[in-house]
Design a protein around this ligand. Structure first.
Ligand code: ADP
Ligand code: MG
Length: 392
């Protein structure tokens, strides 16, 4: 798949409307993490360097089509100005007047898009109003690309469109990992439940050489094979589905790797008394909270043969020690292989990003996607409406 980038556009003297994700965490009126704002900087600077003027548009929170004063982007504007080092003007509803008055390297920030019901409804009239402000539309919010909204989809049909720097980086990382990956490809899928990741497993089976299943999800597969999982998190009603997945993987020549040993405890709590057992030895009153060292050793063997790794979901209840052990170890193995130039590693998912940071492995991964829902839909093989709109 190919998509247009800023380099394909003539930006000189143009008004460029950029959809960004600056949905930053805020406490007591103060932005507590500016990462999302830092990540849009290259796009803003490159447009200005090419002679374009920048108008930013974004959502903030979930106002559901109504004006909610606490969710005004006016509160974020000073932080955006600080982080970018540029003058920012916040435009309430009179977008047009504000655009006319733009000067120098001033950046305009439009009010929270989701104050208007037309945004989430992908309303052509609202998209038309946004399009009237600009000559060129740039999509730089991958995290919002799985939604067809006025600012991500409808507008792209009304103006020449391209991907911003952040979107382009995300798309090429994802393309490298699943579009035309170097083989063997390993997918590590963990986390809580199989039911939330059925489509993901279905799509990956035909595309990867090894599928490592961990976390609470693995319990469902163990139970489906007739093993007792005690009080573990387990979706017993999905036993048929799990067996079906295993059969399909087998037919596709994909090796499925389930825990080869388990770490069990009687309570879901940090430092709970625990033991390392064989997968068929979970006591009736215990729950499986992590994979054990034998599993990690086999994961290391598989990753050492692999060229590409796609990771979503932790291998255990990583939030509580010591049940973070397998996730930490596997993350560090992947980070080390990546650093040595032997592996391309791409990971994403809300808890996955937290787990890889916790393992102090995130910095050495090839790419970590912070776009939770959009990343998962991409891994499921879905066409993201906001990305389709940018394809060449
Ligand atoms: P992501 O957000 O990266 O897609 P998930 O939401 O699917 O990941 O899964 C993360 C959650 O799975 C974590 O909260 C973790 O505690 C939980 N989890 C992993 N393994 C187990 C387990 N064996 N038992 C209970 N919960 C688990
Ligand atoms: Mg999660």
């Amino acid at each position: 798949m190919a998509w247009k980038t800023l380099d394909d556009m003539d930006l000189a003297g143009k008004r460029v409307l950029v959809r960004v994700d600056i949905n930053v965490p805020m406490e007591d009126g103060v932005v507590t993490d500016t990462t999302r704002i830092e990540r849009i900087a290259d796009t803003v600077y490159d447009i200005q360097d090419a002679g374009g003027s920048v108008i930013l548009m974004a959502h903030f929170g979930r106002p559901k089509g109504k004006v909610v004063p606490e969710m005004s982007l006016e509160h974020i504007a000073p932080t955006v100005a600080d982080v970018l080092g540029l003058p920012i003007t916040w435009a309430n509803t009179d977008y047009r007047d504000a655009v006319k008055e733009m000067e120098g390297n001033e950046v305009l920030l439009l009010e929270n898009l989701r104050f208007n019901p037309g945004e989430e409804a992908n309303d052509p009239a609202f998209a038309k109003r946004l399009a009237s402000l600009c000559d060129i539309y740039v999509h730089d919010a991958f995290s919002a690309a799985h939604r067809a909204h006025a600012s991500t989809e409808a507008i792209s049909k009304l103006r020449p469109s391209c991907a911003g720097r952040l979107m382009a980086a995300e798309l090429s990382a994802l393309e490298t990992a699943l579009g035309c990956p170097k083989r063997p490809v390993v997918a590590l899928v963990g986390g809580a439940k199989v039911s939330t990741k059925l489509e993901l497993l279905g799509n990956l089976m035909g595309k990867v050489d090894y599928l490592i299943i961990g976390g609470g999800m693995a319990n469902t597969f163990l139970a489906a094979q007739g093993l007792s999982v005690g009080k573990s998190l387990c979706e017993h009603d999905l036993a048929d589905t799990a067996r079906d997945i295993l059969a399909k993987a087998d037919a596709a020549g994909c090796e499925v790797i389930l825990p080869r040993d388990i770490v069990v405890a009687r309570e879901f709590a940090a430092n709970a008394v625990n033991e390392n057992l064989a997968p068929d030895a979970c006591p009736d009153d215990a729950m499986i909270l992590d994979a054990g060292p034998k599993t990690v050793a086999y994961i290391e063997e598989v990753l050492s043969k692999a060229k590409t790794l796609l990771w979503n979901g932790p291998l255990g209840a990583f939030e509580i020690e010591p049940f973070d052990a397998a996730t930490n170890a596997a993350a560090q193995i992947a980070a080390k292989l990546t650093k040595a130039g032997k592996l391309i590693s791409v990971a994403g998912g809300g808890d996955t990003v937290a787990a890889l940071n916790h393992a102090k492995a995130a910095d050495d991964f090839t790419y970590i996607s912070t776009a939770g829902g959009a990343f998962l839909e991409w891994m499921e093989g879905k066409t993201l409406p906001g990305v389709a709109a940018l394809s060449n």
